[in-house]
Design a protein around this ligand. Sequence first.
Ligand code: ZN
Length: 122
Amino acid sequence: MKKSVCVVCKKEKKGSKIEDDIYLDTLRRIKNKLNIAKNNTLVVCDDCLPKAREKRRRFERTLAMWALLATLMFVMLVAMSPTLESVFLGLVAVVIFVLFSLVLYFPRVEEHGGKKGGSKGR
Ligand SMILES: [Zn+2]
């Protein structure tokens, strides 16, 4: 039987499921290859729900910021010297920026109710 494990406190608990996305999918595939996949169901327990939402928000903000920086840098590099080399360098920079943002990666928690946001939106 599959165990459900909270991604925040790492305890075996029941809770809200997290949404699968490309990062989780990739991670799982790598783990399967390395044979270290535990096949647990990943959830966020009720106690950790506020924390999980905050982590996700932070990740989304960071990702948006890095994406903007990466785009700016790419455009600048190519504008300064429109050669194949700087296009390549720009792409490398973009990849590095994206990798940086992944350090903060946190999956989205599946919401049960249909409500979005909340009253104290920041
Ligand atoms: Zn938890």
